[in-house]
Ligand binder design. Structure first.
Ligand SMILES: C[S@@+](CC[C@H](N)C(=O)[O-])C[C@H]1O[C@@H](n2cnc3c(N)ncnc32)[C@H](O)[C@@H]1O
Length: 281
């Protein structure tokens, strides 16, 4: 039996799904049964005649809080008991959570099923987070008006990793973060482009050379340059992982220089991470 990656979304706004995930690659994959989406309307689990899902916060303060009894009923119906081995990972989208990154996306895409609880108002009663052992996951240090946009982002990031979703599997391996680097710049036709203010901009020569090794070396150097300039956090991890390799290359070059040989055409690419260029302390 083929297991289809299944995501269940508990929300007060089921009409928001699949939304943007119903088009393009994710939409086609959904249509072709590569992944499955189930939405659960939290309001269907309300117990009173007003179908209320929220109430005022104990201790006072602004806004409303989503009720634990309603959420528990919805979560158990959707994913099963927290003790059940079939339950899979159950996440609450929350600004307090672990920030979504490539590692977490990979983990979630490798699960057979994932359940996402979308909060609204001021959020959910703390006790349901504990009782239902919800993993809190954040999109970043900002506040959204609801968990639904965060759920859409998380699902999109997972779906594009599923086998058969991306047209060109090679593309995934080159993308930002795959090598611990941001991606190199892209260019397409025309090779010479005059922008709206009359300035003519050329594509870097090397990309027109047809020389694959040089193109690869240029792209790596650009990815390193951009990462170093924009993301010191990523850069220091990358530099740490590559320092020994750079030291080896630098030592080999200085040996060659001492022996009177000139660098170039030896396969020793001059890397932006080399100590001689002063980036790595
Ligand atoms: C208005 S927010 C609640 C914010 C909360 N009172 C706070 O200050 O942390 C309503 C819901 O949006 C979702 N949300 C808001 N920001 C988010 C973020 N950065 N990442 C993931 N979900 C978020 C959560 O599900 C949250 O329960």
């Amino acid at each position: 039996m083929v297991t289809v990656w299944t995501v269940r979304v508990l929300t007060l706004f089921p009409e928001m799904f699949p939304g943007p995930l119903g088009v393009s690659l994710a939409g086609k994959a959904l249509e072709n049964g590569v992944w499955a989406l189930e939405t659960v309307d939290i309001r269907g689990f309300a117990r009173d005649k007003h179908r209320s899902v929220d109430d005022t916060p104990f201790g006072g303060g602004p806004g409303m809080v989503m009720r634990p009894d309603v959420l528990e009923a919805a979560l158990v119906a959707a994913a099963g008991d927290p003790e059940s081995p079939e339950r899979g990972r159950v996440l609450y989208l929350s600004p307090r959570g672990r920030v979504l990154d490539r590692e977490l996306v990979r983990e979630l895409a490798a699960e057979p099923r994932v359940t996402l609880l979308c909060g609204r108002y001021e959020g959910v009663d703390e006790r349901v987070i504990e009782a239902q052992r919800l993993e809190e996951v954040s999109l970043g240090d900002f506040v959204l008006s609801g968990g639904e946009p965060a759920a859409l982002v998380l699902i999109d990031a997972c779906v594009r990793l599923l086998p058969g979703v991306m047209g060109n599997a090679e593309t995934a391996g080159e993308e930002s973060f795959e090598r611990g680097l941001l991606e190199y710049p892209h260019y397409t036709r025309p090779a010479l482009w005059t922008d709206g203010r009359g300035q003519t901009r050329a594509v870097p020569e090397v990309l027109l050379s047809g020389h694959h090794e040089k193109v690869d070396a240029w792209r790596l150097a650009e990815a390193e340059r951009i990462t170093r300039a924009r993301r010191p956090d990523l850069w220091s991890r990358y530099a740490e992982a590559h320092q020994a390799e750079w030291d080896r290359l630098a030592a080999r070059r200085s040996r060659r220089r001492r022996n009177g040989k000139v660098d170039g055409g030896t396969g020793d690419t001059v890397r932006s991470g080399d100590k001689s260029e002063g980036q790595v302390s």
